[in-house]
Write a new protein. Structure first.
Length: 186
């Protein structure tokens, strides 16, 4: 079975792309739209990873610490399926206002399990602004990186076993474009 592309591709006429182009640091802003990984204090060592996944269905709410306790996340990608992008589209007010924020102690619980990546089909795991960056930096400190805005669907989430992650490390922005592909159950 061929890998299924999960990266969000934006055309130049998309409102998020137009917003990024208008920013004083357009290069930096463009790095933070679409499917990307935030790298504020460090970045992944490699440009390509193939990792096993643990998928949590977050459509009814973000996970609690008890949902994380029994998971073996070491070296894996924790995929948080919120359906935000699938149901609301990308870059609009409904998408931005749909909460996909982890509680701080839940993030600590996740990081104690040493995942390589946290992958989400939304704008991130922290609230917009300072909390967003603070959560990403906490992850980076633990060697874990957050990939935002994947185009996950229910059928793919149910069959997902691995991810192929290719990071464009040539981008000067703290937001690095990422190509994410799903490996599904046979």
């Amino acid at each position: 079975m061929q890998p299924v592309p999960l990266s969000l591709e934006l055309t130049e006429d998309h409102p998020a792309y137009q917003w990024a182009k208008r920013q004083s640091d357009a290069v930096g802003a463009i790095g933070h739209i679409g499917t990307h990984i935030d790298c504020y204090t460090r970045e992944p060592e490699e440009a390509f990873y193939r990792v096993e996944t643990i998928v949590l269905d977050c459509r009814s709410g973000m996970p609690a610490a008890d949902d994380i306790n029994q998971l073996n996340l070491s070296g894996k990608a924790l995929v948080l399926y919120t359906a935000n992008l699938e149901c609301n589209g990308y870059g609009n007010d409904v998408y931005a206002k749909t909460s996909t924020v982890l509680e701080s102690h839940v993030l600590d619980q996740i990081l104690m399990s040493s995942p390589a990546f946290i992958v989400i089909d939304s704008y991130g795991i922290g609230g917009h602004g300072g909390e967003h960056q603070m959560f990403d930096k906490r992850c980076e400190k633990h060697g874990c990186f957050v990939i935002e805005n994947i185009t996950l669907t229910e059928s793919v989430a149910e069959q997902l076993t691995q991810l192929e992650i290719t990071i464009d490390k040539t981008i000067q922005s703290s937001g690095k474009r990422v190509d994410v592909k799903a490996i599904l159950k046979h």
